[in-house]
Design a protein around this ligand. Structure first.
Ligand code: S3P
Length: 171
């Protein structure tokens, strides 16, 4: 039987990449970071894709990569925070994997991205941008079946919760 993928979803700064690494180490599955693949294939940074080709083009690259990865198995996928904007992305990933949404308070998100200047959607007034984006996206994140409230949890504790879910769907 093909091993299901584990797909990590959540707003910027919710710790998807760190957790992805931990889960890959625990499961022995391959870690795939979507933003890194998009950057590698485009030969430029996400911020340059946004600046030169625009967000809509980035979303097309993201959508095509979802279709590609959802057709594979045995991957730990760390997605970009905007993956929820197209419901087809979540539907595709759910067909072949466990999709888990990481929820984190706006204060903790701000703390984690405060000094980060690589995310194009947070350039300018970060507090205001995070507030606006979270307000718009919250229902999309909350619509995902499996969600973890991560405030106060260590990456190890988050990984353990996800492994329990993953083992349950595979048994
Ligand atoms: C985005 C999140 C980023 C990256 C891009 C857009 C978003 O990924 O895909 O800057 O729309 O939330 P991270 O969630 O890994 O920061």
């Amino acid at each position: 039987m093909n091993k299901k993928n584990i797909v990590l979803v959540g707003f910027m700064g919710t710790g998807k990449t760190t957790l992805g690494r931990l889960l890959a180490a625990r499961t022995g599955m391959k870690l795939v970071d979507m933003d890194s693949i998009i950057e590698e294939r485009a030969g430029k940074l996400i911020s340059d894709i946004f600046a030169q080709e625009g967000e809509a083009h980035f979303r097309q690259l993201e959508r095509a990569l979802v279709q590609e990865l959802a057709a594979e198995s045995g991957l730990v996928v760390s997605t970009g925070g905007g993956i929820v904007l197209d419901p087809d992305n979540i539907a595709d990933f759910e067909r072949t994997g466990l999709v888990v949404c990481l929820l984190l308070s706006a204060e903790a998100i701000l703390e984690r991205v405060r000094h980060d200047d690589t995310r194009p959607l947070l350039s300018g007034d970060k507090v205001e941008k995070i507030r606006e984006l979270l307000e718009f996206r919250r229902p999309l994140y909350e619509a995902i079946e499996h969600r973890i409230e991560t405030d106060g949890l260590t990456p190890e504790q988050k990984a353990t919760q996800i492994m329990e879910l993953y083992n349950a769907i595979n048994s």
